[in-house]
Ligand binder design. Structure first.
Ligand code: ZN
Length: 255
């Protein structure tokens, strides 16, 4: 007996074939034109090759001030007066791979690496153990308008927006940087702590009645924690009852 296929059947079969052909085509392209690894610059597959990916070392929860192991990233009661932040989460030790990733985004404008960085955070061992249920808003470390104009974007904002999308937590501009400052990475520890003093202010469009208990600030790398702390201080002045958390991709090994 002759088989009769409906129009829908034909369409779904075609869509299935097209989807598979597309995947096959992409695999062929990847094989024929390997991409250059962001870190070692060797042509292989993916933004970061397997060898470079394997060099990333996970960080286990610690107090971001003392850098002593800490359950759930809590900081010691005795150190709480030193910061405006409740906790800072970070997932990998800073190394040449992390350096290359961030440099390519910031200075080469490779915004397609933002998703890769967020994937790295989401795939890290510790991320799944963090309870984000209490976080009501995500924000980011702002750039001074001159720097934002010369770069064309703020990579911390793009990271925050991507994380916001994945976690389904809204992301808003809470802070502005009204004073241009020296690059933190070029300064010693002492100068880093004072360089950013009073450099940030609250977005003038925000009102005092923002009813939010907790905010997560995103930055790429945490070194002394001075940048996040200054951001948290600025938010706390305006919204004193809000708990502030920080989240970064990486941090260097303790001295
Ligand atoms: Zn590599």
């Amino acid at each position: 007996m002759e088989k009769h296929y409906s129009r829908n059947h034909f369409h779904s079969k075609t869509a299935f074939l097209v989807e598979h052909l597309k995947k096959l085509f992409e695999l062929c392209i990847e094989f024929a034109f390997p991409t250059q690894c962001v870190a070692c610059k060797i042509y292989k597959q993916g933004f970061i090759c397997n060898e470079c990916r394997a060099s990333l070392e996970n960080i286990t929860p610690e107090s971001f001030i003392s850098r002593k192991p800490s359950k759930d990233w809590e900081i010691e009661d005795t150190l709480k007066s030193m910061t405006y932040l409740e906790k800072v989460y970070y997932f990998y030790y800073y190394n040449h791979v992390i350096h290359s990733l961030i440099t390519e985004i910031k200075y080469e404008g490779r915004k397609q690496l933002i998703k890769y960085v967020i994937d790295l955070i989401l795939q890290s061992k510790e991320f799944q153990n963090i309870n984000f249920a209490d976080i009501q808003l995500i924000t980011f470390v702002p750039l001074h308008k001159d720097k934002a104009a010369s770069r064309g974007f703020n990579h911390s904002q793009l990271l925050a927006q991507e994380l916001s999308r994945r976690l389904n937590i809204p992301c808003i501009d809470i802070l502005e940087k009204h004073r241009s400052t020296k690059n933190q990475a070029d300064l010693d520890r002492q100068k880093r702590l004072t360089n950013l003093e009073n450099a940030f202010s609250i977005n003038p469009n925000l009102t005092k009645d923002l009813d939010v208990n907790s905010i997560l600030i995103i930055d790429d790398i945490c070194s002394t924690g001075a940048t996040l702390n200054e951001c948290a201080k600025t938010i706390k002045k305006f919204y004193p009852n809000t708990k502030i958390y920080g989240l970064c991709l990486a941090r260097g090994k303790p001295n």
